[in-house]
Ligand binder design. Structure first.
Ligand SMILES: *[C@@H]1O[C@H](CO)[C@@H](O)[C@H](O)[C@H]1NC(C)=O
Ligand SMILES: *[C@@H]1O[C@H](CO)[C@@H](O)[C@H](O)[C@H]1NC(C)=O
Ligand SMILES: *[C@@H]1O[C@H](CO)[C@@H](O)[C@H](O)[C@H]1NC(C)=O
Ligand SMILES: *[C@@H]1O[C@H](CO)[C@@H](O)[C@H](O)[C@H]1NC(C)=O
Ligand SMILES: *[C@@H]1O[C@H](CO)[C@@H](O)[C@H](O)[C@H]1NC(C)=O
Ligand SMILES: *[C@@H]1O[C@H](CO)[C@@H](O)[C@H](O)[C@H]1NC(C)=O
Ligand SMILES: [Zn+2]
Length: 566
């Protein structure tokens, strides 16, 4: 390894020097409750003028009910039933159940919505508290593995070949995970799925609808039509992509999901990301998985662990990717296809970490280096120190957890580090995308400091059972010794149990959360409490990691590294 000698020769080794006897440490205790949201929230109805626009409210509530199959055709919700209907919607929207139409309902329901009429589902329509927030299947599915499609006509908003590209990409969004393919129909045969554009007239805010006829078991050729509302301007490719992916979900047999971030949620919100775990779980339920589900990308018994470096689903930096550390100290970067490239080989390396295109390593003597991106050149950013326990990269920052209990952050230049006051001995630190620093103390207490950390810290949880923490984007999770995984609902502000037993390790990236169980199996959270999708049942997993786009890698006890391909 070549160091950037410049820093050494100039003697700018400022480093940080931690106080041995700490100054008065300041913090506050403000525990987050773990009771149920209904019990802990005080309903605070929002009284604004639109609340009294009864017709608009009523139309929105009826639309919502139809989108989820809660209204028998021809039925209406009567005035005295409105508060209950609104409470039911508020439960889906994670809103305080006030029974009074509120600002969030107005915001969500004013958006362009899907025009697919979900079949009436009596169980769901009648359910109150027990209603599950997850995907719903229509019932029938395709009974073959090659499905065809054709455009009946096109919008005049954008060129036809662009429309074909957008649709074929939207199809891939689903089929990349499935043992089926959806291809253009040859000209002499009937297509399975049709795309067309049609004006739906003023006053209709549906972006599209899908209609289907089925014998109840399988979807039938030529009887599935996806119709885009040509009154929208399809030059907006965000809306086009969203609409195509959502409607194709219907054409595969999916109804609307009650998970607000899923693609099968019926209201358009301009957020485009990877397929949500809830959508993936739904299509896997119908069509199974590609075989094999995992692809081996390395087999070396010396591999200690793997890390992923990324920080935004929409952006990629040149050094984003997967890295591994071998017990020999060698650091390798996966080139994304088939091979690993050595970027350092130094027996002193004991840890690697990275985020947002930055890659770092720590040596046994506590010194820290940042990868320059070329060859095996690393920049020296911290002098040796026996105070250094661990480095943690998050957003565009690098942190270190220290023996004296405090944390430190690299200033970004030279070897200068800034200390971040913490109350006592730490077990693990984790930093969110907005740079909130979470610290799990040896005592099991969880403390939090906000960027730029000038205002001390707050104790938010006291529980000797807390054994690990994880952050994904701005979400925070903790793992308890009883195998429970707990999510912090920042909006309602309470601890929310999402897994009730079995977990021994958690990992989060962006919107994804993974859990490894005592029996070695690996799971992905679907976004609905207690509902996890099993990714691997093998008893030999040593760890699972993922990136912001939803890719998943697993390391086995043998040192083998696998990538989820389905
Ligand atoms: C009704 O909805 C529930 C919950 O979403 C679902 O489990 C069930 O399969 C649905 N029933 C039918 C007949 O679609
Ligand atoms: C849900 O609540 C309504 C009104 O309070 C009640 O009529 C209905 O029986 C409840 N449904 C279930 C499944 O408990
Ligand atoms: C597309 O075809 C449908 C009939 O299937 C028709 O109603 C609609 O007007 C056509 N749209 C365009 C843009 O030609
Ligand atoms: C889909 O469109 C085709 C061609 O226009 C038509 O024959 C078929 O009946 C339509 N299917 C449904 C379910 O509307
Ligand atoms: C929509 O999809 C197309 C084709 O994959 C892509 O080029 C375009 O960037 C996407 N647009 C947005 C806003 O994601
Ligand atoms: C992985 O490596 C081990 C030992 O190096 C070898 O015994 C095993 O056959 C390899 N597995 C595969 C699937 O190549
Ligand atoms: Zn829909």
């Amino acid at each position: 390894m070549r160091l950037h000698l410049l820093f050494l020769l100039c003697g700018v080794v400022s480093g940080f020097f931690s106080p041995i006897s700490k100054p008065t440490v300041t913090g506050v205790v403000s525990l987050i409750p773990s009771t149920s949201p209904t019990a802990s929230r005080t309903p605070a109805p929002d009284v604004s003028s639109w609340q009294y626009d009864k017709n608009r409210q009523s139309k929105h509530v009826h639309d919502f009910y139809k989108l989820f199959g809660w209204l028998k055709s021809g039925d209406t919700i009567r005035d005295f039933e409105m508060p209950r209907a609104i409470r039911k919607i508020q439960r889906i929207l994670h809103e305080p159940e006030t029974g009074v139409y509120d600002q969030k309902m107005e915001t969500v329901m004013s958006r362009p919505k899907c025009g697919y009429v979900q079949p009436y589902n009596e169980t769901d329509a009648m359910a109150n508290e027990t209603m599950s927030r997850r995907y719903v299947l229509w019932g029938p599915k395709w009974d073959r593995t090659t499905i065809t499609y054709r455009f009946i006509n096109y919008t005049s908003d954008i060129p036809q070949d662009r429309q074909r590209t957008l649709v074929s990409e939207a199809l891939l969004k689903w089929t990349q995970y499935l043992p089926i393919s959806i291809v253009p129909a040859p000209s002499n045969v009937r297509a399975d799925i049709h795309f067309r554009f049609m004006s739906m007239g003023p006053g209709e805010n549906a972006y599209a609808f899908t209609n289907m006829i089925s014998d109840g078991l399988s979807l039938a050729s030529g009887l599935v039509n996806i119709t885009f509302n040509d009154d929208y301007n399809w030059a907006d490719d965000r809306l086009f992509n969203y609409t195509a992916v959502h409607e194709i979900g219907h054409s595969l047999g999916l109804s609307h999901s009650k998970v607000e971030d899923a693609w099968m949620w019926p209201y358009y919100d301009a957020k485009l990301g990877p397929l949500h775990p809830d959508d993936q779980a739904a299509v896997h339920q119908l069509y199974g998985w590609k075989n094999p589900r995992w692809k081996r990308i390395d087999n070396n018994s010396g591999t200690k662990y793997i890390v992923q470096v990324s920080s935004d689903p929409l952006k990629t930096a040149p050094l984003d990717g997967i890295y591994q550390l071998r017990s020999s100290g060698q650091v390798l970067r996966h080139d994304g296809t088939a091979s690993w490239i050595s970027i350092d080989n130094n027996k002193d390396t004991v840890q690697i970490a990275g985020s947002a295109g930055n890659v770092y390593q720590r040596h046994t003597d506590g010194s820290i280096y940042k990868y320059t991106g070329s060859g095996s050149n690393w920049q020296y950013i911290s002098p040796p120190s026996d105070n250094t326990l661990e480095i943690v990269a998050a957003a565009d920052q690098l942190y270190q957890r220290r023996k004296d209990g405090w944390a430190a952050r690299w200033s970004g230049s030279g070897t200068t580090w800034l200390t971040i006051e913490q109350p006592s001995m730490s077990r693990q630190i984790a930093v969110t995308q907005s740079k909130t620093l979470w610290n799990l103390l040896v005592s099991g207490e969880v403390v939090r400091s906000y960027w730029p950390y000038g205002n001390g810290w707050t104790i938010v949880d006291v529980n000797a059972d807390n054994i690990a923490i994880a952050v994904g984007g701005d979400e925070f999770y903790k793992l308890q010794s009883d195998g429970k995984v707990v999510w912090l609902d920042m909006e309602a502000y309470f601890w929310h149990e999402i897994e009730n037993s079995g977990s021994v390790g958690i990992y989060a990236a962006g919107g994804y959360l993974y859990s490894r169980h005592r029996d070695g199996s690996v799971w992905r959270y679907t976004g609905t409490e207690f509902i996890w999708e099993q990714l691997d049942a093998a008893a030999t997993s040593a760890g699972v990691i993922g990136d912001w786009k939803g890719s998943v890698w697993e390391i086995m006890r043998s040192g083998e590294v696998l990538k989820l391909v389905s």
